[in-house]
Design a protein around this ligand. Structure first.
Ligand code: NAD
Ligand code: IPM
Ligand code: MN
Length: 355
């Protein structure tokens, strides 16, 4: 088990630190090596994805990633933006399938902004395509128009083979769940998405045991708030998946609860919380580390086929929630407010107690 640790920026190192404590306990044999990425990569090596970091990523079986980003980064040129390091890593390793499960822990029902009956029992996964779309499409850039104004432009693109591989990933995932796929697009307006829907429908015929439905992104956003329990697997493009998954996070109480796995052509995966570097709370030991810890559980399951260990970690998270431990983002009166480190320690304690 060779694992690269890329803690990144802001709360990244704080939450990854807790996941590492859990890893040491459940898989002491794992070999880990740290590497800088994001602003940490720029500070150490002048690039958001230093060559040494990419070389390490290629050597290991799995990557545990924290988060990258600094406050006010919109004006920074792309090659020096922290998030570019993460995008380059996803592209270089062809991590095209980004699984973002949203699961309702019963203890957190009151922490959701939605009514309990709407979210009780919620269990869906957003499968976000991660290598294409307007994120990577060319041409892109800035130009000057005939009026002398600056114009920014990007291109939304998907090839048939890109849609095919994410479609197969969605149907395969649905077979392990409730056999329902909802493909989310904007086929009523965009050619890219017309192609997306055609290919989804075609691939869907190879999985007659899986029910396929389609929604436009605007209506899907509404349905996700109105009746999220109707969904099993939601498959969508890079941009819509980015947005929908943050929305889905809120159904579960906090973005600090949502893990993710980015997988490619082999078992190598990158595992990271869905949240970002949260500059507003960084360095205060208040961030919720459970998304990072649940991302580690996904790693144990997907990259190392350690289903038992993954379950143990997930059960330990359930236990600490039942015991009343809450970071600020999921705090409710009557529960016990703890910091990042204390939450990590509680999970370790729960694992020890269950052993
Ligand atoms: P964010 O996810 O960092 O934060 C959004 C809000 O959620 C903030 O109020 C933050 O305090 C809160 N939050 C996030 N994670 C939390 C946690 N674990 N516990 C408690 N509260 C938490 O999104 P943002 O503010 O839009 O972006 C900040 C930076 O992070 C930007 O530079 C952005 O590009 C980057 N970002 C990186 C990733 C990634 O590394 N995968 C993902 C999203 C955003
Ligand atoms: C995410 C983030 C990234 C994305 C940024 C930081 C590049 O928001 O992982 O969800 O947009 O993919
Ligand atoms: Mn995002």
């Amino acid at each position: 088990m060779k694992i690269a640790i890329m803690a990144g920026d802001g709360i990244g190192p704080e939450v990854v630190g807790q996941a590492l404590k859990v890893l040491r306990l459940v898989a002491p044999q794992a070999e880990t090596e740290e590497a800088p990425v994001g602003q940490a990569g720029i500070d150490a090596r002048g690039k958001p994805l230093p060559d040494e970091t990419l070389a390490l990523a290629r050597r290991v079986d799995a990557i545990l990633f924290g988060s990258v980003g600094v406050a006010d980064e919109a004006s920074i040129p792309r090659e020096r933006r922290p998030g570019t390091g993460l995008l380059q890593l996803r592209e270089a390793l062809t991590l095209y399938a980004n699984f973002r499960p949203a699961f309702m822990f019963p203890e957190l029902i009151g922490a959701s902004t939605l009514k309990p009956e709407v979210v009780d029992g919620l269990d869906l996964v957003i499968l976000r395509e991660l290598n294409g779309d307007v994120y990577f499409g060319k041409p892109r850039g800035f130009e000057t128009n005939e009026k002398g104004e600056r114009v920014g432009f990007n291109t939304m693109r998907y090839s048939e083979s890109e849609v095919e591989r994410i479609a197969h990933a969605a149907f395969r995932a649905a077979r392990k769940r409730r056999r329902k796929v909802c493909s989310v697009d904007k086929a009523n307006v965009l050619e890219t998405m017309q192609l997306w829907r055609e290919v989804m429908t075609r691939v869907g015929r190879e999985y007659p045991d899986v029910e396929l439905s389609h929604l436009f992104i605007d209506a899907a956003s509404m349905s996700l708030m109105r009746n999220p329990k109707q969904f099993d697997v939601i498959v969508t493009g890079n941009m819509f998946g980015d947005i929908l998954s943050d929305a889905a996070a809120m159904l579960t109480g906090s973005i600090g609860m949502l893990p993710s796995a980015s997988l490619g052509v082999d078992r190598k995966g990158l595992y990271e919380p869905v949240h970002g570097s949260a500059p507003d709370i960084a360095g205060q030991d208040v961030a919720n580390p459970l998304a990072a810890i649940l991302s580690l559980a996904m790693m144990l399951r997907e990259s190392f086929e350690l289903e038992d260990k993954a379950r143990q970690v997930e059960n330990a998270v359930r236990t600490v929630l039942a015991q009343g431990y809450r970071t600020g983002d999921i705090y409710q009166p009557g529960t016990r407010r703890v910091g990042t480190t204390e939450m990590g320690d509680a999970v370790v304690q729960a694992l020890r107690a269950a052993a």
